[in-house]
Design a protein around this ligand. Structure first.
Ligand code: MV4
Length: 456
């Protein structure tokens, strides 16, 4: 087992990894930027190294600085958390060259999944359902027009290097296709340095459902069920839950089997997430795979009892998965709210000093946060300040639990998304569980035309 792990991250996820290390008896090294000197991840790590100025590009994204910190402190592994360098095949390669274990999949697998068109091709070959589309990047306008005609409009043009919604164009009719391909290519080139785009049938108002997998270095793979992540705005998830209200045990089992086969086909190791779109008829299509721990991993931990971060560490150290698929059980229902430092109405960032920070806790409540009274929320980083996760016997109990927790949470000094979460939790569509990726758009439109809008 590792003796010392460096955590190449900040905020709540850095703390989350420190928790797992402490419980496993592994020493920790925090890295931090100049503005994070007084953060909790620095306080609770056994050692700490400043890796540069506030700007992420100069600190948390600086591979030489992170590697140097690991070398200086004698860390034998690096956990990248999520965001920052978590899906950098380059960091994983440099780690390999330096004999430092990267806690994540092999660099070749990270690279494969980073190319969305290639991932699509490989998944299709492994028997995973994918949407009709191009077999690789579009190389001529004529072929694109012919293909789009064959699959039928609407279609979507996506950047192969994309993901998370950047570099996408929906095309509803043939005359728009050429322009869409060109602008998507230009956008992709500017954003990722790779201008390749591919084509897919476009699904209107799908659900976003993703499966969590774990694979060890001995060829065993298990899935930990799914998360429903349809409640998002501009590709930023706001709430997630497990199980999805849309899945029955039979389809969960079938999809679970498919993702296990898919993971085995690419010799997937460590934690990963296979994202799917579910169309209104309940059909599933592979969208992309994330080769990292995810923000919303706690809802899966709450319903399965598996500590995903500990499993990641054990797997990276070469241990076998300690349980079989038949030993994975799903109990109750879990919901996560991402508490952001932002205006709940305009979504404008709201950095500053938190004067009062108090979350009540109680049965079935879990809080993941780096925030505390009198802490500073910096404008340099993501606006996520806390994740509030609840577990209940069923979805109804989880919703009630989340409501009472948010109602009794006191955060003073900055604005947060909590008032928005509370409105969503009492929305009839949300309560009915009839979710889709268009939920937020429709919800916000209802808000604007609703009783509050008329009062002003
Ligand atoms: C799609 C789609 C509909 N049809 N692909 C958005 C993020 C990127 N990873 C892929 N995305 C989508 N791909 C096809 N063929 C709709 C989306 C999409 C979406 C997906 C998941 C969650 C939220 C979304 C919001 C808008 C569009």
């Amino acid at each position: 087992m590792f003796k010392k792990i460096l955590i190449a991250n900040r905020g709540e996820v850095a703390l989350r990894v420190i928790f797992a290390c402490r419980e496993l008896g592994i020493k920790t090294v925090a890295v931090y930027s100049e503005v994070d000197e007084h953060s909790l991840h620095v306080r609770f790590a056994d050692q700490d190294v400043c890796i540069g100025p506030a700007r992420s590009a100069d600190s948390y994204l600086n591979v030489p600085a992170v590697i140097s910190a690991a070398e200086i402190t004698g860390a034998d592994a690096i956990h990248p958390g999520y965001g920052f360098l978590a899906e950098s095949a380059y960091l994983a390669e440099v780690c390999e060259a330096c004999h430092i274990k990267f806690i994540g999949p092999d660099p070749q697998v990270i690279r494969l999944m980073g190319d969305k068109a290639r991932a699509r091709r490989v998944m299709k070959k492994a028997g995973v359902p994918v949407l009709p589309g191009s077999d690789g990047p579009i190389d001529s306008e004529d072929k694109a027009l012919k293909l789009a005609k064959d699959i039928g409009y609407p279609v979507i043009v996506k950047a192969t290097a994309g993901g998370g919604g950047r570099g996408m164009r929906v095309v509803r009719a043939a005359p728009e296709l050429s322009h869409a391909v060109k602008t998507a290519q230009r956008e992709a080139e500017a954003a990722f340095g790779v201008g390749d785009v591919y084509l897919e049938k476009y699904i209107e108002s799908p659900r976003h459902i993703e499966f969590q997998v774990l694979g060890d270095q001995h060829g065993s793979v298990v899935h930990l069920g799914e998360r429903e992540c349809s409640i998002q705005r501009r590709h930023q998830k706001l709430m997630e839950e497990s199980p999805s209200p849309a899945l029955r045990e039979k389809i969960r089992r079938k999809m679970g089997g498919i993702v296990i086969d898919a993971a085995k086909a690419v010799q997937y190791t460590n934690a990963g997430t296979f994202e799917f779109l579910m169309d209104p008829d309940g059909r599933f299509y592979f969208m992309e795979a994330n080769t990292r721990l995810q923000v919303e991993h706690p809802v899966t931990e709450m319903v399965t009892g598996v500590d995903i971060v500990k499993e990641q560490i054990r797997i990276a150290a070469g241990e076998r998965l300690s349980f079989k698929q038949s030993e994975v059980t799903f109990t109750g229902h879990s919901i996560e709210c991402r508490v952001n430092a932002e205006d709940p109405e305009t979504f404008a960032p709201s950095p500053g000093v938190i004067h009062v920070f108090s979350v009540p806790g109680g049965p079935g409540v879990r809080v993941e946060t780096f925030a505390h009274s009198e802490c500073v929320i910096s404008p340099y980083y993501d606006s996520l300040i806390a994740k509030i996760i609840v577990h209940g016997r069923d979805r109804q109990e989880a919703i009630a639990r989340m409501r009472r927790t948010l109602e009794m949470t006191v955060i003073e000094g900055i604005k947060t998304s909590i008032p928005l979460h509370l409105k969503i939790l009492s929305d009839p569509e949300f309560v009915a569980g009839t979710l889709s990726t268009s939920f937020m758009e429709r919800f916000l439109a209802r808000q604007r035309s609703g009783p509050l809008a008329e009062a002003v």
